[in-house]
Design a protein around this ligand. Structure first.
Ligand SMILES: C[S@@+](CC[C@H](N)C(=O)[O-])C[C@H]1O[C@@H](n2cnc3c(N)ncnc32)[C@H](O)[C@@H]1O
Length: 246
Protein backbone atom coordinates (compact mmCIF):
# COMPACT_ATOMS: atom_id res chain seq x y z
CA UNK A 1 0.00 0.00 0.00
CA UNK A 2 1.33 3.43 -0.87
CA UNK A 3 0.69 6.62 1.09
CA UNK A 4 -2.14 8.53 -0.54
CA UNK A 5 -1.30 12.05 -1.61
CA UNK A 6 -3.90 13.81 0.59
CA UNK A 7 -2.54 12.12 3.68
CA UNK A 8 1.01 13.02 2.69
CA UNK A 9 0.02 16.65 2.06
CA UNK A 10 -1.24 17.07 5.61
CA UNK A 11 1.73 15.23 7.07
CA UNK A 12 4.22 17.26 4.99
CA UNK A 13 2.84 20.53 6.37
CA UNK A 14 3.46 19.26 9.86
CA UNK A 15 7.04 18.43 8.92
CA UNK A 16 8.25 21.82 7.74
CA UNK A 17 10.60 22.15 10.73
CA UNK A 18 13.20 19.51 10.13
CA UNK A 19 16.31 20.85 11.81
CA UNK A 20 18.43 20.32 14.89
CA UNK A 21 18.59 17.38 17.23
CA UNK A 22 14.94 16.49 16.49
CA UNK A 23 14.08 16.69 20.18
CA UNK A 24 12.58 20.21 20.28
CA UNK A 25 9.05 20.77 21.64
CA UNK A 26 6.29 20.59 19.05
CA UNK A 27 2.58 20.14 18.58
CA UNK A 28 2.41 17.64 15.74
CA UNK A 29 -0.80 17.37 13.69
CA UNK A 30 -1.34 14.85 10.92
CA UNK A 31 -4.07 12.71 9.35
CA UNK A 32 -3.63 8.98 8.92
CA UNK A 33 -6.61 7.95 6.81
CA UNK A 34 -9.63 8.62 9.05
CA UNK A 35 -7.44 9.18 12.10
CA UNK A 36 -6.63 12.81 12.91
CA UNK A 37 -3.90 13.07 15.54
CA UNK A 38 -2.75 16.15 17.45
CA UNK A 39 0.25 15.08 19.48
CA UNK A 40 1.94 17.09 22.22
CA UNK A 41 5.68 16.44 22.03
CA UNK A 42 7.80 18.02 24.79
CA UNK A 43 11.51 18.84 24.57
CA UNK A 44 13.58 15.67 24.81
CA UNK A 45 11.09 13.36 23.04
CA UNK A 46 11.69 12.37 19.41
CA UNK A 47 9.65 14.49 16.95
CA UNK A 48 7.78 12.42 14.37
CA UNK A 49 9.67 12.38 11.04
CA UNK A 50 8.60 11.27 7.53
CA UNK A 51 9.71 7.74 8.54
CA UNK A 52 7.26 7.59 11.44
CA UNK A 53 4.51 9.24 9.39
CA UNK A 54 4.94 6.69 6.60
CA UNK A 55 4.79 3.83 9.11
CA UNK A 56 1.66 5.43 10.64
CA UNK A 57 -0.08 5.66 7.27
CA UNK A 58 0.59 1.97 6.67
CA UNK A 59 -0.55 0.95 10.19
CA UNK A 60 -3.80 2.89 9.74
CA UNK A 61 -4.60 0.54 6.85
CA UNK A 62 -4.02 -2.67 8.85
CA UNK A 63 -6.16 -4.66 11.28
CA UNK A 64 -4.71 -5.59 14.68
CA UNK A 65 -7.92 -7.08 16.05
CA UNK A 66 -7.33 -9.32 19.05
CA UNK A 67 -3.55 -8.85 18.98
CA UNK A 68 -1.07 -8.09 21.74
CA UNK A 69 1.27 -5.66 19.98
CA UNK A 70 4.75 -4.67 21.15
CA UNK A 71 6.17 -1.33 20.00
CA UNK A 72 9.90 -0.74 20.58
CA UNK A 73 10.89 2.93 21.00
CA UNK A 74 7.37 4.37 21.02
CA UNK A 75 8.46 8.03 21.39
CA UNK A 76 5.40 10.29 21.59
CA UNK A 77 3.03 7.34 21.02
CA UNK A 78 2.00 8.18 17.45
CA UNK A 79 1.91 4.53 16.33
CA UNK A 80 0.52 3.27 19.62
CA UNK A 81 -2.60 5.41 19.14
CA UNK A 82 -3.11 3.98 15.65
CA UNK A 83 -2.57 0.42 16.90
CA UNK A 84 -5.16 0.96 19.63
CA UNK A 85 -7.64 2.47 17.17
CA UNK A 86 -7.13 -0.41 14.75
CA UNK A 87 -8.11 -3.17 17.11
CA UNK A 88 -5.10 -4.07 19.28
CA UNK A 89 -6.28 -6.01 22.34
CA UNK A 90 -3.27 -4.95 24.44
CA UNK A 91 -0.16 -2.82 23.86
CA UNK A 92 3.31 -3.07 25.35
CA UNK A 93 5.26 0.13 24.66
CA UNK A 94 8.98 0.45 25.38
CA UNK A 95 11.45 3.29 25.60
CA UNK A 96 14.97 3.87 26.80
CA UNK A 97 13.74 5.96 29.77
CA UNK A 98 10.58 7.18 31.49
CA UNK A 99 10.11 10.62 29.86
CA UNK A 100 8.90 9.45 26.42
CA UNK A 101 6.69 6.82 28.07
CA UNK A 102 4.99 9.53 30.14
CA UNK A 103 4.48 11.53 26.94
CA UNK A 104 3.06 8.48 25.10
CA UNK A 105 0.67 7.87 28.01
CA UNK A 106 -0.46 11.51 27.80
CA UNK A 107 -1.06 11.32 24.02
CA UNK A 108 -2.90 7.98 24.23
CA UNK A 109 -5.17 9.43 26.92
CA UNK A 110 -5.73 12.59 24.90
CA UNK A 111 -6.85 10.46 21.93
CA UNK A 112 -9.26 8.39 23.99
CA UNK A 113 -7.39 5.09 23.75
CA UNK A 114 -8.71 2.73 26.37
CA UNK A 115 -7.04 -0.56 25.49
CA UNK A 116 -4.74 -1.84 28.26
CA UNK A 117 -1.16 -0.58 27.88
CA UNK A 118 2.06 -1.70 29.61
CA UNK A 119 4.70 1.03 29.64
CA UNK A 120 8.14 -0.56 29.95
CA UNK A 121 11.63 0.93 30.18
CA UNK A 122 13.79 -1.54 28.26
CA UNK A 123 16.97 -1.50 26.24
CA UNK A 124 15.80 -2.32 22.73
CA UNK A 125 15.01 -6.05 22.34
CA UNK A 126 15.64 -6.83 26.04
CA UNK A 127 11.93 -6.79 26.78
CA UNK A 128 10.33 -9.05 29.40
CA UNK A 129 7.12 -10.91 28.66
CA UNK A 130 5.72 -12.04 25.35
CA UNK A 131 5.61 -13.69 22.99
CA UNK A 132 3.73 -10.92 21.19
CA UNK A 133 1.55 -11.31 18.10
CA UNK A 134 3.11 -8.34 16.29
CA UNK A 135 6.18 -6.17 16.87
CA UNK A 136 6.05 -2.64 15.41
CA UNK A 137 8.92 -0.16 15.34
CA UNK A 138 10.64 2.81 13.72
CA UNK A 139 14.19 1.89 14.79
CA UNK A 140 16.92 4.48 15.43
CA UNK A 141 19.32 4.78 12.50
CA UNK A 142 20.71 8.20 11.51
CA UNK A 143 20.98 9.14 15.17
CA UNK A 144 21.48 5.63 16.50
CA UNK A 145 24.61 6.74 18.38
CA UNK A 146 26.24 3.45 17.37
CA UNK A 147 29.44 3.09 15.36
CA UNK A 148 27.66 0.25 13.55
CA UNK A 149 24.65 2.30 12.48
CA UNK A 150 22.42 -0.67 11.59
CA UNK A 151 22.72 -2.05 15.13
CA UNK A 152 19.03 -1.50 15.98
CA UNK A 153 17.79 -2.96 12.67
CA UNK A 154 20.01 -6.04 12.78
CA UNK A 155 19.25 -6.85 16.42
CA UNK A 156 15.55 -6.33 15.74
CA UNK A 157 15.64 -8.96 12.98
CA UNK A 158 17.96 -11.36 14.85
CA UNK A 159 16.03 -11.18 18.16
CA UNK A 160 12.50 -11.10 16.69
CA UNK A 161 12.02 -14.83 17.45
CA UNK A 162 12.50 -14.10 21.18
CA UNK A 163 9.68 -11.55 21.18
CA UNK A 164 7.22 -12.60 18.49
CA UNK A 165 5.27 -15.88 18.47
CA UNK A 166 5.87 -18.38 15.65
CA UNK A 167 3.86 -17.16 12.63
CA UNK A 168 3.60 -13.66 14.13
CA UNK A 169 4.93 -10.59 12.37
CA UNK A 170 7.39 -7.78 12.54
CA UNK A 171 6.32 -4.45 10.95
CA UNK A 172 8.99 -1.76 10.71
CA UNK A 173 10.07 1.22 8.66
CA UNK A 174 13.55 1.84 7.38
CA UNK A 175 15.25 4.27 5.08
CA UNK A 176 16.96 3.30 1.84
CA UNK A 177 19.98 4.88 3.53
CA UNK A 178 19.99 1.93 5.96
CA UNK A 179 20.59 -0.58 3.13
CA UNK A 180 17.37 -2.24 2.06
CA UNK A 181 19.11 -5.18 0.37
CA UNK A 182 20.88 -6.09 3.58
CA UNK A 183 17.65 -6.11 5.62
CA UNK A 184 15.86 -8.27 3.05
CA UNK A 185 18.76 -10.74 3.01
CA UNK A 186 18.94 -10.92 6.82
CA UNK A 187 15.18 -11.47 7.17
CA UNK A 188 15.36 -14.22 4.52
CA UNK A 189 18.32 -15.89 6.27
CA UNK A 190 16.19 -15.99 9.44
CA UNK A 191 13.37 -17.81 7.65
CA UNK A 192 10.99 -14.84 7.52
CA UNK A 193 8.53 -14.24 4.70
CA UNK A 194 9.00 -10.62 3.65
CA UNK A 195 6.55 -8.19 2.05
CA UNK A 196 6.78 -4.46 1.37
CA UNK A 197 3.64 -2.84 2.79
CA UNK A 198 4.45 0.72 1.75
CA UNK A 199 7.11 2.63 -0.12
CA UNK A 200 7.49 6.39 -0.48
CA UNK A 201 10.18 9.00 -0.11
CA UNK A 202 10.90 11.88 2.23
CA UNK A 203 13.15 14.94 2.03
CA UNK A 204 16.53 14.75 3.76
CA UNK A 205 16.38 15.91 7.35
CA UNK A 206 18.42 19.07 7.88
CA UNK A 207 20.53 17.36 10.53
CA UNK A 208 21.92 14.93 7.92
CA UNK A 209 23.87 17.87 6.44
CA UNK A 210 25.48 18.49 9.83
CA UNK A 211 27.32 15.15 9.61
CA UNK A 212 29.68 14.89 6.64
CA UNK A 213 30.75 11.36 7.53
CA UNK A 214 27.09 10.28 7.48
CA UNK A 215 26.55 11.81 4.02
CA UNK A 216 29.62 10.02 2.68
CA UNK A 217 28.52 6.72 4.22
CA UNK A 218 25.06 7.15 2.67
CA UNK A 219 26.46 7.97 -0.77
CA UNK A 220 28.02 4.48 -0.80
CA UNK A 221 24.66 2.68 -0.37
CA UNK A 222 23.17 1.83 -3.79
CA UNK A 223 19.66 3.32 -4.27
CA UNK A 224 19.75 5.05 -0.88
CA UNK A 225 18.38 8.34 -2.14
CA UNK A 226 17.40 10.46 -5.13
CA UNK A 227 18.29 14.01 -6.08
CA UNK A 228 15.46 16.07 -7.57
CA UNK A 229 15.83 19.78 -8.39
CA UNK A 230 18.88 19.88 -6.17
CA UNK A 231 17.06 18.41 -3.15
CA UNK A 232 17.84 14.94 -1.79
CA UNK A 233 15.02 12.50 -0.95
CA UNK A 234 15.48 9.18 0.87
CA UNK A 235 13.43 6.05 0.13
CA UNK A 236 11.21 4.98 3.04
CA UNK A 237 10.04 1.39 3.15
CA UNK A 238 7.68 -0.39 5.52
CA UNK A 239 8.44 -4.09 5.78
CA UNK A 240 6.25 -6.87 7.09
CA UNK A 241 8.28 -9.96 8.04
CA UNK A 242 6.28 -13.03 9.06
CA UNK A 243 8.19 -15.41 11.31
CA UNK A 244 8.35 -19.13 10.51
CA UNK A 245 5.48 -20.98 12.16
CA UNK A 246 7.57 -23.87 13.53
C1 LIG B 1 13.38 6.91 15.35
S1 LIG B 1 12.75 7.21 16.94
C2 LIG B 1 11.05 6.67 16.76
C3 LIG B 1 10.11 7.25 17.79
C4 LIG B 1 8.62 7.06 17.46
N1 LIG B 1 8.27 5.66 17.39
C5 LIG B 1 8.32 7.74 16.14
O1 LIG B 1 8.28 7.07 15.10
O2 LIG B 1 8.15 8.98 16.17
C6 LIG B 1 13.46 5.87 17.88
C7 LIG B 1 13.03 5.80 19.32
O3 LIG B 1 13.77 4.77 19.96
C8 LIG B 1 14.13 5.17 21.25
N2 LIG B 1 15.36 4.45 21.63
C9 LIG B 1 16.65 4.78 21.38
N3 LIG B 1 17.47 3.85 21.89
C10 LIG B 1 16.69 2.92 22.47
C11 LIG B 1 16.97 1.72 23.18
N4 LIG B 1 18.20 1.29 23.37
N5 LIG B 1 15.91 1.01 23.65
C12 LIG B 1 14.63 1.44 23.47
N6 LIG B 1 14.32 2.57 22.78
C13 LIG B 1 15.34 3.30 22.30
C14 LIG B 1 14.35 6.67 21.14
O4 LIG B 1 14.20 7.30 22.42
C15 LIG B 1 13.29 7.08 20.13
O5 LIG B 1 12.10 7.48 20.74
Amino acid sequence: MNANSDQRGVADEALTERHGDNLYPLQFEANFGEDELVLDVPAGVWNPTPHGVHLGIVLAGLDFAGQHVLELGTGCGLHAILLARHGARRLTLTEIDDAPLANARHNLGKHGCDCPVDYVVADWTHVPGGPYDTLVTNPPFAKSGKRYRRYFIDTLILDAHKLVRPGGRLVFVQSGMADVQRSIALMGENGMHVRILGETDGPFRDYYAEDEAYLLEMASIPGAYDVRDGERFERLIVFEATLPSD
